[in-house]
Design a protein around this ligand. Structure first.
Ligand code: GLP
Length: 243
């Protein structure tokens, strides 16, 4: 628990940097990092970019997998997660473009796209560290309430709560928010060797309470991490209000 979202972001950025450095990645054995979008990670990316510019960290031998993408939004749509990632992170660091993996929301065969994403993760030997956020309804990635805890990358219909929450990025118009997304599954996240979740703000407090203090269940998918061997949830004070 840290005081505010700035302290949370500094903590996580420094943590990721120290994990990459101690792993000592090479082109043959890169550090495989799972990444989220949303407002919670924005400051984390900003700090990572600052540290990179200060010469403290290189992403040359880092391979990334983004956890989700809207179905139907072309890559260059300003609200696609593809655009988000380039705007906030990839365009400002030295990661080779071929090391970046983001689901293609306009693929003609979405099922095949999801399967090939899982296959690529497997080819790299799995994800070393998965960074994620949490939705106010307790979802991780786009694993909405009711998602199977055994799920893998697939197409998911968004819950109305999520459409409402994410409409702020679409001028407040819920009609403009895509109805479906592709997302890594709960099992994909559980297979990662380490999971780091960022939760800041009072609007996350209920999800944090349900996820951490209730039993493991598929309605608050964050709760699956109670069974993970190496989870880390970093909260600000406001996100712990219901604990
Ligand atoms: C979206 C994303 C999630 C993210 C969540 C919370 O629905 N698919 O990966 O964790 O929003 O976002 P925010 O950090 O903006 O609250």
């Amino acid at each position: 628990i840290r005081e505010d979202s700035r302290e949370v972001s500094v903590y996580i950025a420094d943590y990721i940097i120290s994990r990459i450095k101690s792993f000592n990645p090479t082109p043959a054995q890169p550090f495989v990092l799972g990444l989220p979008t949303g407002s919670s990670p924005e400051l984390i990316y900003k700090i990572l970019v600052q540290r990179h510019r200060a010469g403290e960290i290189s992403f040359k031998n880092v391979v990334t997998f983004n956890m989700d993408e809207y179905v139907g939004l072309p890559r260059d749509h300003p609200e696609s997660y593809h655009s988000f990632m380039y705007k906030h992170f990839f365009s400002h660091v030295d990661i080779p473009p071929q090391n970046i993996n983001i689901l293609n929301g306009t693929a003609t065969d979405l099922v095949a796209e999801c399967a090939s994403f899982e296959a690529r993760i497997a080819r790299y030997g799995g994800i070393e560290l998965f960074l994620g956020g949490v939705g106010p309804d307790g979802h991780i990635a786009f694993n909405e309430p009711g998602s199977s805890l055994n799920s893998r990358t697939r197409v998911k219909t968004l819950a109305y709560d999520t459409i409402l929450a994410n409409s702020r990025f679409f001028g407040g118009d819920t009609d403009k928010v895509p109805r479906m997304a592709m997302t890594v599954g709960i099992q994909t996240i559980m297979d990662s060797r380490e999971v780091v979740i960022v939760a800041t703000g009072a609007h996350k407090a209920f999800a944090v309470q349900k996820g951490l203090e209730d039993g493991v269940n598929h309605m608050w998918t964050l709760s699956a991490l109670q069974l993970h061997q190496h989870p880390l949830i970093v909260c600000d004070r406001d996100a712990t209000l219901e604990l």
